[in-house]
Ligand binder design. Structure first.
Ligand SMILES: NC(=O)c1ccc[n+]([C@@H]2O[C@H](COP(=O)([O-])OP(=O)(O)OC[C@H]3O[C@@H](n4cnc5c(N)ncnc54)[C@H](O)[C@@H]3O)[C@@H](O)[C@H]2O)c1
Length: 332
């Protein structure tokens, strides 16, 4: 530990705060905020907040956090006491916790997604943070996965030729999970616009249905297909390009790349080979997020995922939900 380590406060001590890493080996790549800050040099976990006493004390012990509090009000006047504040509480509480974080004057807030349940509220906080000169990073995790970042460069450099179309599958809510897919596709392909949405499927959240949609990135058609979260988790994206098909599977834990080959069955036709399976680098994303945060604080390096990029994804989520609701009422 160094005197100039960035002091971190974590609000909400559940799964994404540290729970997913609680039983994982110290040398495993971290999947959580605490796991990443503990493994990367330059950070010190100085405080955590959770009203659930068991969770709070287990978290404090597991991650050796210096102080623990039942709520943000109990932090008292600790203005300037934290460099980084992670907001890992339930989404409905993010607004209140962003307000409390602003008053504490950190240099950076690392907020879980969705930033808030509504685009209007998210935009409000994005603007408040910009006015206050406090960085706002949002955990759209795949922006920090090294293989996703490389793919973006490859697409931009023309290595894959033209992108013909993209399609992805998600479940468990257009805002809660669809936002990850939309954000990923906007990161890779540029801004998306909504063409149309299908019927909503209420597979998990009462207020956030899973909705199929047709979008476009410039001239490139982009389809969002749905799975049902009650069956299993499915999160995939496929890019159909001039020079092959790039498939992200298992949420980014695996990739499959297929290249064009002469068809062994139909003379004169070109098909795709069976492809190569590659391990994904999703597991490196949280560590890479911590590195990006450290570089942002030390050198002013840009954050890969911000309040602005998250609001851009949330805008489409709301448009898709609204279009789905309209199609349902139109069918009555
Ligand atoms: N980026 C991702 O891929 C990803 C993955 C999982 C969750 N999330 C997001 O992270 C957030 C938390 O999800 P989770 O799965 O860790 O939930 P969780 O239920 O496991 O953890 C939430 C924690 O917040 C605590 N809490 C409740 N009220 C609080 C308050 N007033 N102050 C402080 N803490 C409070 C709860 O006691 C609980 O320990 C949500 O916004 C969710 O959408 C993102």
């Amino acid at each position: 530990m160094q005197a100039d380590d960035h002091r971190v406060l974590i609000v909400g001590c559940g799964n994404i705060a540290g729970g997913f890493d609680a039983a994982r080996n110290a040398d495993a790549e971290p999947l959580t905020h605490a796991g990443a800050f503990v493994r990367e040099p330059g950070f010190r976990l100085v405080a955590c907040v959770d009203p659930d006493e068991d969770r709070r004390s287990a978290f404090q012990r597991r991650w050796k956090v210096e102080e623990a509090f039942a709520d943000v009000a109990s932090l008292g006047d600790r203005t300037g006491a934290f460099d980084v504040i992670s907001i890992c509480s339930p989404t409905g509480m993010h607004g209140g916790h962003l307000e409390a974080a602003l008053a504490l004057r950190p240099r950076l807030v690392f907020c879980e997604k969705p930033v808030t349940p509504s685009l209007a509220e998210t935009r409000h906080w994005v603007e408040r943070f910009e006015q206050a000169g406090i960085h706002l990073a949002v955990n759209h995790t795949r922006r920090w996965a090294p293989d996703v970042a490389r793919l973006r460069v490859e697409l931009q450099s023309g290595k894959w030729g033209s992108v013909r179309s993209a399609h992805g599958t998600y479940g468990k809510g257009v805002l809660n999970n669809g936002s990850h897919l939309i954000d990923l596709l906007q990161f890779l392909l540029g801004p998306l616009r909504l063409v149309g949405a299908g019927a909503p499927l209420w597979d998990f959240w009462e207020t956030d249905p899973t909705v199929p949609a047709l979008l476009a990135a410039g001239e490139v058609p982009v389809q969002l297909a749905v799975s049902n979260a009650r069956d299993y988790s499915l999160f995939e994206a496929h890019l159909v390009t001039e020079r092959g098909v790039i498939s992200m599977e298992d949420g980014g834990l695996a990739w499959r790349i297929r290249h064009p080959v002469p068809s062994p069955h139909f003379s004169g036709y070109t098909g795709l080979d069976r492809g190569v399976d590659l391990p994904g680098e999703y597991r490196q994303a949280m560590r890479s997020a911590a590195i990006n945060i450290r570089e942002c604080l030390r050198t002013g390096a840009p954050l890969h995922s911000t309040g602005r990029t998250a609001a851009d994804a949330q805008r489409l989520c709301e448009q898709i939900s609204a279009a789905a609701a309209q199609s349902v009422s139109g069918n009555r």
